[in-house]
Design a protein around this ligand. Structure first.
Ligand SMILES: *Cc1c(COP(=O)(O)O)cnc(C)c1O
Length: 382
């Protein structure tokens, strides 16, 4: 099997901010540049294996430096970066599952994960899937079959902000001889540690908080090297789900400030959530940091921050009213995606029906609150 040659620096014992700045960093030996150069060459001179790199689809220098940074941040044995978050997740399924196997996945998950697990895996690949409400570990346990190979979680869930109990699901998975995989995109990586809670692999969309500036797509899988070598071979090298060196270079810069940004996202989201909860025109708010969140106790146990994602709806909400609220917002951008420097809002549907999905950005929280106040003035009543 193909193997890269660079070793991951040992950052154990160092703080998260130090790891986010120094992970994967180093002086360029040719130019003495302090920052990693962008290497767009798609092949490498490698007659006697000098560089460890052959061809950029298999592995690129910028991709490998980003993998080192992310592995240092997540305190994982290794990392594989991919072209998107979806490539990280569905590429893992395509690598580790075979016809006749069975996978348990959430009944509410990111759209393309839902599409792949509900449709493509069973209908095209002969892989049985059971979609359950993974927020209830009993439902996961009941769905286990002798063929179950992977239990997949998404926590916090997109778009509901509901949580899955990682440690409890890990116990169920391991008792069944299955792997536990966790899509931790909404946590922004720094607010939870799935690998420490027993997950075998954690996936992130780098497109969201980790790049953090809304200008690059990317994905990552982190965990045990033995599993990641297989994912690198099948998903990246064989299926071509590789990350562009340019995107890796850009995401590397974004990721250096991740811990600091996540603190700000979390603190501002808490202020916005409390403002909305106290607002007479707001019907309900869901944010894991609020005592009113149905899984607030689990959030406190499993997370060290609550990230920047929340949901709410307006009293008497109709499609026209929600649109009018959106039109009145001046700072929030009416757009999908999340985890960017700028605040975003969009309408989504979940178990509770239509709602606003809010990604609280890095602006001053007072300005965000004033903007929401302006938007909510579209609703009736005082
Ligand atoms: C956005 C997202 C993904 C997919 O990531 P892409 O980079 O857009 O492919 C997967 N899971 C969750 C929870 C997401 O929010």
């Amino acid at each position: 099997m193909w193997r890269h040659k660079l070793d991951i620096k040992d950052f154990r014992g160092k703080g998260r901010a130090t790891r986010s700045v120094h992970g994967g960093a180093g002086i360029d030996p040719l130019t003495r540049a302090v920052k990693r150069p962008l290497v767009m060459s798609n092949n490498n001179e490698n007659l006697v294996g000098q560089s460890g790199f052959l061809y950029a689809r298999d592995a690129s220098a910028n991709g490998r430096w980003l993998e080192e940074k992310l592995a240092a941040l997540e305190e994982a044995e290794d990392c594989v970066v991919t072209s998107s978050g979806i490539a990280a997740i569905n590429g893992t399924f395509l690598t580790l599952l075979s016809a006749g196997d069975h996978v348990i996945a959430p009944d509410i998950s990111y759209t393309s994960v839902h599409e792949f697990t509900s449709n493509h895996l069973p209908k095209q690949y002969g892989i049985g899937t059971t979609l359950v409400d993974t927020t209830d570990v009993r439902k996961i346990r009941e769905a286990v079959t002798p063929r179950t190979r992977i239990i997949h979680l998404e926590t916090p869930h997109n778009p509901t902000t509901e949580l899955d109990d990682i440690a409890a699901a890990a116990e169920v998975a391991h008792r069944a001889g299955a792997l536990l995989t966790v899509d931790g995109t909404w946590s922004g990586l720094t607010t939870q540690a799935p690998l420490k809670l027993g997950a075998d692999l954690v996936m992130h969309s780098l497109t969201k908080y980790i790049n953090g500036h809304g200008d690059a797509l990317g994905g990552a899988v982190l965990g045990r090297k033995e599993l990641l070598d297989r994912i690198r071979f099948t998903a990246v090298k064989t299926l071509g789900m590789c990350l562009s060196p340019f995107n890796a270079w850009q995401i590397m810069r974004g990721a250096a400030t991740l811990p600091m940004r996540m603190e700000r996202h979390g603190a501002s989201a808490m202020e916005v959530a409390r403002f909305l909860e106290g607002h007479p025109k707001v019907a309900w708010v869901r944010y894991p940091g609020l005592e009113s969140h149905p899984q607030h106790a689990l959030a406190k146990r499993q997370m060290t921050g609550f990230s920047g994602m929340l949901n709410f709806d307006v009293k008497g909400g109709t499609p026209a009213l929600r649109e009018e609220i959106g039109r009145r917002l001046e700072i929030f951008t009416w757009a999908t995606c999340l985890g960017h420097d700028e605040s975003l809002v969009a309408i989504y549907n979940d178990r509770k029906g239509p709602m606003f999905r809010v990604s609280v950005g890095l602006e001053d929280p007072e300005d965000l609150i004033a903007d929401l106040e302006r938007g909510l003035s579209a609703a009736e009543g005082k």
